[in-house]
Design a protein. Structure first.
Length: 63
């Protein structure tokens, strides 16, 4: 799979500027950053839940 190089990133930035305009660019960037952060937090929480469930089963089996 080909990687994205500098010319492609510049083209994407130009298209984003045309679509959203310079005024809304910080707002769009902030919303994108917040979405990525929430996705990472949700994926981390999903990974931790099965571990907690296994630990809870071990403690309930021991008693």
């Amino acid at each position: 799979m080909p990687s994205i190089g500098m010319p492609e990133l510049v083209l994407i930035l130009v298209v984003v500027l045309i679509v959203f305009g310079v005024g809304r660019l910080p707002e769009v960037g902030g919303a994108l950053g917040k979405s990525i952060r929430e996705f990472r937090n949700a994926s981390t929480l999903d990974d931790e839940e099965p571990v907690e469930t296994k630990e809870a089963k071990k403690t309930s089996d021991a008693s």
